[in-house]
Design a protein around this ligand. Structure first.
Ligand SMILES: C[S@@+](CC[C@H](N)C(=O)[O-])C[C@H]1O[C@@H](n2cnc3c(N)ncnc32)[C@H](O)[C@@H]1O
Length: 217
């Protein structure tokens, strides 16, 4: 990635962070990331033959956890724009036909000729300007089967003014301005506007993180 598409976005990572992303997350979370992400993926209740699309898939860490639930009929497609992420993702799944990767933007109409049982997006959507989130949600809706499930693993909805000062200090230091906007919105209401219904939520890490599950009607 040469220039950022959205200069104020925190999810278009610099090359160093992208190359070391998994380590950065382990260290930055004081070791909590490993346990939390396993729990979140287990909450997805993946079926052995699920066809899964991972939007902004990063290094493939999440895909490798999902893969444990799939048999030979299951499949994961990861989409990302970062060449550094692509390299790590491809290295993880060399020779595994159940996984593929496409280097493409998720905020443009997807050039993907398939519909999925589950679509997952983790720690990406908060980092986009709100009008760009619209394009991503439309893509998710279009590429899900009826009855298919959309999972957003990301920040929950919370009031920064009510955060303990240390949590707030860290959040303000590491996050971009779009994240501050993301946490204020009512995501169930927003998703209903696209035709999603039937919501469930799972919370982690003092409820700052949420897996929001919703079904395409
Ligand atoms: C914070 S990382 C999260 C990675 C992964 N989902 C995870 O949870 O480990 C954000 C990812 O979104 C990707 N990304 C950012 N903007 C994108 C865009 N417009 N289209 C596709 N991927 C994008 C980045 O390259 C990066 O891999």
């Amino acid at each position: 990635m040469e220039e950022k598409i959205y200069p104020d976005s925190g999810v278009e990572l610099n090359p160093f962070t992208a190359r070391n992303y998994d380590k950065v997350m382990n260290i930055g979370s004081f070791g909590m990331y490993r346990g939390f992400i396993k729990k979140a993926i287990s909450n997805m209740e993946i079926k052995p033959d699920d066809q899964i699309l991972d939007l902004g898939c990063g290094t493939g860490r999440n895909a490798s956890l999902m893969l444990k639930y799939l048999d030979d009929n299951g499949h994961i497609t990861g989409l990302d724009i970062s060449e550094h992420m692509e390299k790590q993702f491809r290295q993880k799944f060399t020779d595994d036909k159940r996984v593929d990767f496409i280097n493409t933007r998720i905020d443009h109409p997807l050039n993907v000729n398939k519909i999925y049982d589950k679509i997952f997006i983790s720690f990406v959507i908060h980092g986009f300007p709100h009008e760009v989130r619209d394009a991503v949600i439309r893509n998710a809706f279009e590429h899900l089967k009826t009855g298919g499930i959309f999972y957003i693993l990301d920040f929950g909805e919370f009031d920064m003014d009510k955060m303990p000062w240390f949590d707030r200090f860290i959040f303000e230091k590491i996050e971009c301005k779009y994240a501050f906007d993301y946490i204020k919105r009512d995501w169930k209401e927003i998703l209903k506007g696209y035709g999603f219904e039937n919501f469930s939520e799972y919370f982690y890490l003092k409820k700052y993180i949420r897996l929001l599950k919703t079904v395409k009607q």
